[in-house]
Design a protein around this ligand. Structure first.
Ligand SMILES: Cc1cc2nc3c(=O)[nH]c(=O)nc-3n(C[C@H](O)[C@H](O)[C@H](O)COP(=O)(O)OP(=O)(O)OC[C@H]3O[C@@H](n4cnc5c(N)ncnc54)[C@H](O)[C@@H]3O)c2cc1C
Length: 395
């Protein structure tokens, strides 16, 4: 076991933090209020190499292993206060780039990856539907093969990056009689006739990350836009989620560290009853709790990332990390607000936004309840059918 970042990783971490602090935090209070995505920050991140971190160099990426990717995303989460931007970047990487890299044909990789890596194109995946969320594989969207095309019909909801995306990975059932084994993934270009962004959605947090409902009416995609194989959608989704759950939470670690440091500074500066509030045991204990929480969250997440970097599956560990870090980040924000008193509740101090952003961590990429079902499945106790095939994939 080695708990140290290499010198190269440490230098990379410092560089990401410097970049993020200097370039990505402008006008954030206003952008959060008006739900504005920052294209400028998106392009700067792409130029820096964030979107391409784990993608091979031949497609323009940085060829980083999982641990280095986690190191970079944690640093980004620390330096960049725009958790919505980071969420959009993560959705783009894990639900469009990675599925194309892992399951795409060479022609698909050459067509899509360089533009996704360079930030010219934004990607998304559309799985959730009004009637199927946690029970994702019961989706009602349908695909039908007609000659050299597939025709897709259905609707999707809660889709991150919807308004910005050029590349849409959509899941539909090609053979409903087979149930989940009929679910298939397709790459759809945004100009495909019949595809529409049907309704913009407004969120409690992550407000700088766009979200909408999508509608597919007789959308025709050429057979070469099949991603993976017919009926392979379940595996593609599971692999995507395994990456996303670990990497998206890495950025939460950065936010947790930022909240700890902000709280320590405030606890030393703010004086009540003639002394710094940090001298009062209820406050200093909260700081210690925040530190314990951050350290523990790092350990569970690094373990999952280490397994992936060794080429092993980390479905159980990824779910443990997702469930643990999501809760830890929310509690970190609550403690930070409490330490800041009334100021913590005010928009100006930018801590209340951390709480609003953090709450979504218990819902996206599979709710905390579903992560616990997956973990219980490794003990033979899950009642969620989708946890079973996922379990078989574990190496
Ligand atoms: C910020 C954000 C971004 C998102 N981005 C995307 C995206 O880009 N693409 C996409 O496809 N989807 C996206 N989603 C959707 C997300 O994946 C779903 O919201 C999530 O899977 C839960 O589904 P649901 O909202 O329908 O809740 P439901 O499945 O209806 O769950 C409601 C409640 O019941 C619980 N529950 C359900 N089943 C069980 C069970 N068997 N045992 C115990 N408890 C259970 C849940 O945990 C939850 O607490 C996003 C969601 C959010 C909040």
């Amino acid at each position: 076991m080695d708990f140290a970042w290499s010198e190269e990783q440490q230098a990379f971490r410092r560089e990401v933090i410097r970049f993020a602090q200097q370039e990505l935090n402008e006008n954030l209070i206003e952008r959060d209020l008006h739900e504005e995505f920052s294209w400028d920050a998106w392009r700067k991140c792409a130029k820096f190499g964030i979107q391409g971190l784990p993608i091979p160099q031949e497609y323009g990426g940085g060829d980083a292993d999982m641990l280095t990717t986690v190191c970079g995303l944690e640093a980004l989460g620390y330096g960049c206060r725009d958790n919505g931007l980071i969420f959009s970047i993560n959705a783009h990487m894990w639900t469009s780039e990675i599925p194309i890299l892992k399951f795409g044909t060479e022609a698909q990789k050459k067509k899509y990856l360089p533009k996704l890596v360079s930030g010219e194109w934004v990607g998304l995946h559309a799985m959730t539907e009004p009637m199927s969320g946690s029970d994702a594989f019961s989706l009602l969207s349908r695909a039908e093969r007609k000659g050299d095309r597939y025709v897709i019909n259905g609707s999707k909801t809660f889709i991150t990056n919807a308004q910005n995306a050029e590349v849409i990975i959509v899941f539909a059932n090609l053979d409903p009689e087979k149930g989940a084994a009929g679910i298939t993934a397709f790459i759809l270009d945004k100009d495909t006739p019949g595809f529409t962004i049907s309704k913009k959605l407004h969120k409690m947090g992550l407000r700088t990350s766009p979200m909408a409902e999508l509608s597919f009416v007789d959308c025709e995609v050429p057979v070469e836009n099949l991603l993976g194989k017919e009926g392979g959608g379940q595996t593609i989704f599971t692999v995507s989620m395994e990456w996303e759950r670990i990497c998206i939470m890495a950025s939460h670690l950065g936010a947790m560290q930022r909240m700890l440091e902000t709280s320590v500074k405030y606890a030393k500066e703010r004086r009540q009853f003639g002394q710094a509030i940090g001298n009062f045991p209820p406050i200093s204990t909260k700081i210690a709790d925040m530190d314990i929480r951050l350290e523990t969250a790092r350990l569970v997440l690094y373990k999952a990332a280490w397994l992936k970097s060794q080429g092993k599956h980390a479905l159980r560990e990824g779910s443990i990390a997702k469930a643990y870090v999501a809760d830890a980040c929310i509690q970190q924000a609550l403690d930070a607000i409490q330490i800041h008193g009334g100021y913590g509740y005010m928009t100006e101090y930018q801590i209340e936004r951390e709480l609003r952003d953090a709450i979504s961590g218990k819902i996206y990429s599979g709710t905390t309840e579903i992560q616990k079902k997956i973990i219980a499945g490794f003990h033979g106790l899950s009642d969620v059918p989708s946890a079973a095939p996922a379990r078989r994939e574990q190496g």
